[in-house]
Write a protein that binds this ligand. Sequence first.
Ligand SMILES: *Cc1c(COP(=O)(O)O)cnc(C)c1O
Length: 232
Amino acid sequence: MTIPDRLNSIRESITETAIDCGRDPSAIKLVAVSKRHSIASIGEAIKAGQHLFGENYIQEAAEKRKQIDSSAEFHFIGHVQTNKAKLAAELFTMIETVDRYKLAKVLNTQLEKLERNLNILIQVNIGRDEKKSGVEPEKAKELLEQIKPLSRLRPLGLMTIPPFTKNTEEVRNYFKKLYCLGKDLAKQKLFVDNMNIELSMGMSHDFKIAIEEGATIIRVGTAIFGARNDKT
Ligand SMILES: *Cc1c(COP(=O)(O)O)cnc(C)c1O
């Protein structure tokens, strides 16, 4: 299948899943995860109407940004090293992976200089997986309180990468947990728009479950672009 064919089939699947569970399909944003895929592949996706992309590596994203239509929008979904915060503040319309105060503070300082505001999500380590980044669920509140005075950052919601498992009920459980945590934090007015918070969860293999559990952003790579040339 070509990239446009795959994109169409994913869009159909998003619409179908949303309608089946009584949600508005337009409330779900598809981030096409283009990490380690070529400019040509991104170009094909843009031609097929996709304008939102996700990248994991700041340097790679910076190179791509130079060569890609400026109408395309990039979310950062990888680990942000504090020393890359300046580039990160310039390149992305959203950073989905803010997980510590030090990073938030450095980002805010860079954004001040750029006179720019930036949408962010708090990455939560919902499965308490030692190998994954993200703030522990019970510390998300404290982090959001610390971020409040950082006026250039706009916290819109939460993001998670659950521990890998083929057990769909287990995955569903992690998504439910993120949903509940988001609701709880919204009740405490910790986001910019507490009536409509963003939940970024679900990838190629589990985005339907994520939609059923309230995802507003899904991050799909392999199912659109095919297998990555993973570095060894
Ligand atoms: C790579 C990546 C994805 C996409 O994963 P696929 O399984 O290829 O869909 C989504 N989210 C994050 C954070 C990623 O690093």
